[in-house]
Design a protein around this ligand. Structure first.
Ligand code: LMR
Length: 325
């Protein structure tokens, strides 16, 4: 009898060990129906499938777990294992070079951008995260940003004196100043309320973020300036990642590869759909600037490159210029 019991508990223990699941908490700040939100869900599904259930990815959207600054701290202490912060949010970590992606008008289009993210500059940037206990797995697209406010925006002068919410990037701060506007760094989770209460007058974001955060309810004007890029680095706690057994990490890498293809495939469509949504809402007037009007924004904002070259490193800037020439 006693032997039977011992055997039974040994079997149970073995069973538990076999079914022990690795949980990856993936926290992010945007809505589930955005390029990042959908790609995170896609990754969770693929990860379960390819690891045959050995890994469970729990996705926490919309800042339900942490806001911008806290999520990076949570990753470093291992309270969450995976994030995909916007590339504009790495400055506070001390990795200022990521702010190259915030340079206004530096990429003509996504093809230009991919030359950088998928080339040596992208690899070099990810490597800079490792001394911070972070490993970069992939770059995911969102898209190009547009300006919004409660008054029409046709020229850079229309934003003069306005308080604009920006992400925590010195390059974006300089961009805002170049327009004669006042930068206000604020967590993404707080933007809707800040716009609603007039704490800030306007902001910039790809339309997918604008629409899914319902900013169209609290901004009367949106001008499709496409003046700068917003995308993500998918990152993990390095200690956690390196400790994964190879037969788990391999399938996860494959799941990430597939999720990246998916993310970059849907990003433009999601932004197009969001633009339709904004237009249909009838709450925000969408303005498409003429070529000349857009060039006026470019003229006002390109001087930011020279001013911020030192921040990201002249070499990084030159390499990006070369790759996108
Ligand atoms: C923002 O703060 O505006 C964006 O970085 C949010 C996001 O993650 O797309």
């Amino acid at each position: 009898m006693k032997l039977k019991l011992i055997l039974a508990s040994a079997l149970l223990a073995a069973g538990c060990a076999v079914s022990a699941q690795t949980v990856i908490k993936f926290s992010h700040v945007v809505a589930a129906d955005t390029p990042k939100g959908k790609a995170a869900e896609f990754f969770a599904k693929k990860a379960a499938e390819l690891t045959k259930g050995k890994v469970k990815v729990e996705v926490y959207a919309n800042s339900t777990l942490y806001k911008d600054k806290e999520e990076l701290e949570a990753l470093q202490i291992g309270a969450v294992q995976m994030l995909a912060p916007s590339l504009a949010k790495f400055g506070p970590l001390g990795v200022k070079e990521f702010e190259i992606f915030d340079f206004p008008f530096i990429f003509d289009d996504t093809a230009d951008l991919h030359k950088v993210t998928q080339g040596p500059v992208g690899t070099g940037l990810m490597a800079k995260l490792e001394p911070r206990g972070i490993k970069g797995l992939a770059f995911w697209d969102n898209g190009f940003k547009s300006f919004s406010a409660n008054t029409p925006i046709k020229t850079p002068a229309d934003l003069k004196g306005k308080k604009l919410r920006i992400q925590s990037s010195k390059v974006l701060e300089e961009q805002t100043r170049a327009l004669g506007a006042i930068p206000q760094v604020m967590a993404f989770a707080e933007v809707y309320q800040a716009l609603q209460t007039g704490v800030v007058d306007g902001t910039e974001n790809p339309i997918s973020n604008f629409y899914t955060q319902k900013m169209h309810e609290v901004q009367k004007h949106l001008t499709i300036t496409n003046h700068g890029y917003l995308g993500y680095a998918v990152i993990v706690n390095k200690k956690f990642w390196d400790a994964l057994p190879a037969d788990v990490r391999g399938p996860l890498e494959q799941a990430m590869k597939e999720a990246t293809v998916y993310a970059n495939k849907i990003a433009q469509d999601e932004n197009d759909l969001a633009l339709d949504g904004v237009k249909k809402s009838g709450k925000t007037t969408v303005y498409v600037p003429t070529k000349e009007e857009r060039m006026a924004f470019k003229k006002a904002l390109v001087p930011v490159h020279a001013k911020m070259a030192e921040r990201v490193g002249k070499d990084t800037l030159d390499e990006v210029y070369k790759e996108t020439a």
